[in-house]
Design a protein around this ligand. Structure first.
Ligand code: SF4
Ligand code: SF4
Length: 56
């Protein structure tokens, strides 16, 4: 299990600062989650202003 960031992402960067394992990085027009590093903690989802990170 891992979280995935949807196309709703506005690339604000807030989630990347909250991720405890640094699994979130800036991608092409939105932020992306490294599924292999993600701990499924949900911190990114709780931080995002548009609800873009979602559990798969
Ligand atoms: Fe990082 Fe947790 Fe979000 Fe996974 S669920 S990307 S570990 S903040
Ligand atoms: Fe995108 Fe939400 Fe992360 Fe901001 S907090 S970069 S809108 S996923």
């Amino acid at each position: 299990m891992a979280y995935k960031i949807s196309d709703d992402c506005i690339a604000c960067g807030a989630c990347a600062a909250e991720c405890p394992v640094g699994a979130i990085s800036e991608g092409d027009g939105k932020y992306v989650i490294d599924a292999d590093a993600c701990l499924d903690c949900g911190a990114c989802a709780g931080t995002c202003p548009v609800g873009a990170p979602q559990a798969e």
